[in-house]
Design a binder for this molecule. Structure first.
Ligand code: 13P
Length: 253
């Protein structure tokens, strides 16, 4: 039985003041109730220390996550932050391959695979994002696109690396648009992803968590998370409101 995972991707949002009240709300909300779902939050890098300290003040098991990293450990890479540095900050989860990074920052499959390996080498769990654009869906090539993104990491890191990795299926057309994939649409792709992994290793495929991202909110989370191959969510906008995020997490319990 796979433990459900819900991760908040805060993207480029938050001031110190907003973060103080958001994390306080999450900590007190989760203190009041037992939960079986694993929960992570990913602030910007400059807010990692603040969030880490706030999480440490309360009784909670919320994991600290990051939104990106670089694959080199150290050196002349102005503006970058290494996986070694993230691990040193207490980070446990790192998102990579997000479509915003692929599209806006021209990240390639090769770069993403190198990041995946660096995250694991530093004892953290990568959350590898994959997903198709609206045009690709219309052309009927969703599975090819998603599985090619996955294959580039399997080829570089090996299937065994997926014993400690999460895959996030995020159709680009569903991100920040309010147009969530239907539970059936998402389940179909998740099932393809798991089947593809199973062709290399059935046991690893059964254990790997595949979470869905794209306009998840408290109204649609329950139905999405109840699909057999949807193991939780990667939540953008709705993770910036404590009550809403807590309610999404509850749907995964
Ligand atoms: P939204 O939940 O705002 O659509 O964002 C999804 C996402 O990109 C999470 O990584």
């Amino acid at each position: 039985m796979r433990q459900k995972l819900v991760v908040g991707n805060w993207k480029m949002h938050g001031s110190r003041g907003q973060i103080q009240s958001l994390v306080a709300g999450l900590v007190s909300g989760f203190e009041k109730r037992e939960h079986t779902v694993e929960i992570g939050i990913c602030p910007t890098n400059i807010h990692l220390e603040q969030v880490g300290k706030l999480l440490a003040t309360g009784k909670n098991s919320i994991k600290l996550g990051a939104q990106n990293t670089y694959f080199e450990e150290k050196g002349a890479f102005t503006g970058e932050v290494s996986a070694l540095m993230l691990a040193d900050m207490g980070v446990e989860l790192v998102i990579i391959g997000h479509s915003e990074r692929r599209r806006l920052f021209a990240e390639t499959d090769g770069l993403i695979a190198a990041k995946f390996k660096a995250i694991q080498a530093n004892g953290m769990m990568p959350i590898l994002c994959v997903g198709e654009s609206l045009e690709e869906r219309k052309q009927g090539v969703t599975n090819q696109i998603v599985l090619a993104q996955l294959d580039s990491v399997i080829n570089a890191a090996g299937i065994v690396a997926f014993t400690n990795a999460t895959i996030a299926y995020e159709p680009i057309w569903a991100i920040g648009t309010g147009q969530t994939a239907t539970p059936e649409q998402a389940q179909e792709v998740h099932c393809q992803i798991r089947g593809h992994l199973a062709s290399s290793d059935a046991i690893i495929a059964e254990g790997v968590r595949i979470i869905y991202g794209g306009s998840v909110n408290s109204s649609n989370a329950g139905e999405l998370f109840s699909q057999p191959d949807i193991d939780g969510g990667l939540v953008g906008g709705a993770s910036l409101k404590a009550e809403e995020f807590i309610s999404i997490c509850k749907s995964a319990d």
